[in-house]
Design a protein around this ligand. Structure first.
Ligand code: ACO
Length: 273
């Protein structure tokens, strides 16, 4: 592991303060970055400030980072969007759904797109993102877990796509990974009933890679991080690119993509030997 530290890890910086205000912490230790949703007293409810902070982390992620762990402080991963958004007063300084309804289409589109940026970067080929989930992961919380490459969950996990029950659609990048992971029929079942998925089912239908007891969650995540870091960085990035493109390509196209990536690998590793 390198000793490089991100500037915002020094503590007390303006960036630290703005992350705190947005309800999260961000720490970098060599090749490992950890994002912790940090409003346990409100079950890590998320606001536009949270999503904007996530997007800023993605924008300035130190180059040496290979693994990003996303987790939540306290008993719940995240209870989803801050319910004050549904009130006329909204979230101080961030508006409400009422004020969003009065925006023109372009402004509305841009603000949702910026929120989505907070989730999208977690799929970059250069990193592996791991959601460490305990307790409730509701709505935006479920979608944040879905934005990660892997989900390691505690046995008390409760996933719920609650948006349709509240008159909304899931719009924080969650619908595609959900369908990719569990299939259209199961995704329809989960979203259009807004029912809760507990650990056994989450593992069975592919929402979770691993279920551990609550006390073992940190250790299970740490073990997975070490496994990920044991592979070659550039090969891992190229392999993730291949895997991410696999569903969109024909077999012939995928074989061609494998050859192209391998040519780069072999030339990099063995040129001149
Ligand atoms: N937004 C704002 N505050 C919240 C939220 C939320 N989403 N969820 C919980 N809180 C607050 C509660 O109001 C309470 O605050 P208080 O102590 O000041 O009264 C505190 O967090 C603890 O909540 P409890 O309900 O007491 O905690 P409990 O562990 O019993 O239940 C649970 C947790 C199941 C997550 C429950 O709080 C809940 O159902 N929350 C709302 C979930 C929701 O509907 N989210 C929106 C999904 S849609 C979307 O994300 C787009």
């Amino acid at each position: 592991m390198t000793e490089a530290k991100a500037p915002y890890q020094r503590g007390g910086s303006a960036e630290d303060a703005s992350f705190k205000e947005a309800g999260l912490r961000f720490e970098v230790d060599g090749e490992i970055a950890t994002i912790t949703l940090d409003r346990p007293e409100k079950r890590n409810a998320q606001t536009f400030a949270t999503w904007s902070a996530l997007a800023r982390i993605g924008d300035s992620l130190p180059e040496q980072v290979r693994v990003v762990v996303v987790t939540g402080e306290g008993p719940s991963f995240s209870a989803g969007i801050d319910l004050r958004m549904f009130t006329p007063e909204g979230v101080p300084g961030q508006g409400s759904f009422g004020s969003a309804a009065r925006q023109d289409q372009d402004s509305f589109d841009q603000s949702i797109e910026r929120a989505q940026q907070g989730f999208l970067w977690l799929r970059r080929p250069e990193i592996v993102s791991i959601a460490a989930v305990r307790g409730h992961a509701i709505g935006a919380g479920f979608q944040l877990a879905l934005a990660c490459d892997l989900r390691i969950v505690a046995d008390d996990v409760k996933f719920c796509m609650k948006e349709p029950a509240l008159g909304l659609v899931p719009d924080l990048t969650g619908t595609k990974p959900l369908v990719d992971l569990v299939g259209l029929a199961k995704a329809t079942d989960l979203c259009l009933t807004a029912r809760v998925v507990e650990a056994d089912e989450a593992f069975r239908i592919g929402l979770a890679e691993m279920v551990v007891d609550g006390e073992g969650l940190a250790k299970a995540v740490q073990d997975k991080v070490e496994q990920v870091l044991s592979t070659n960085r550039d090969a891992a990035t190229a392999t993730k690119r291949l895997l991410q493109g696999a569903r969109l390509r024909t077999l012939e196209e995928q074989c061609a993509a494998e050859r192209a990536e391998q040519a780069v690998r072999i030339r990099t590793l063995f040129a001149g030997s």
